[in-house]
Ligand binder design. Structure first.
Ligand SMILES: [Cu+2]
Length: 111
């Protein structure tokens, strides 16, 4: 690709990322006793859904921050991430299942 086309593509990507923040939705799949992806970063106001595709129940639990309680096999749980921070969470039923949710400040909207 010529350099000018590459630069244009970069500019387009930058323009997209500079668009005003909209609440986004992220899905974390629970499968094979793991959270996938294990590290997810969202903006405050985004919705995060844990989708349990395993045959056993799981939870998404960050002490003091959020707790899905039991998510049945085939079920899901949605959480709106409001408070910026780094949350280590896990499944309260299976201590080896660990993951991290990072909530970044939402971009300020210009009036
Ligand atoms: Cu579990």
């Amino acid at each position: 690709m010529p350099i000018s086309a590459f630069a244009a593509a970069c500019a387009a990507a930058f323009a997209l990322s500079a668009l005003p923040a909209h609440a986004a939705k992220r899905v974390i799949v629970i499968e094979n006793m793991q959270f996938a992806p294990a590290n997810v970063t969202v903006k405050a106001g985004d919705e995060v859904t844990w989708d349990n595709k395993d045959l056993v129940a799981h939870t998404a639990t960050a002490k003091g921050a959020f707790d899905s309680h039991s998510i049945a096999p085939g079920g899901s749980w949605t959480y709106m991430a409001r408070t910026p921070g780094r949350y280590a969470y896990g499944c309260s039923l299976h201590p080896t299942m660990k993951a991290t949710l990072v909530v970044e400040k939402a971009k300020e909207r210009k009036p």
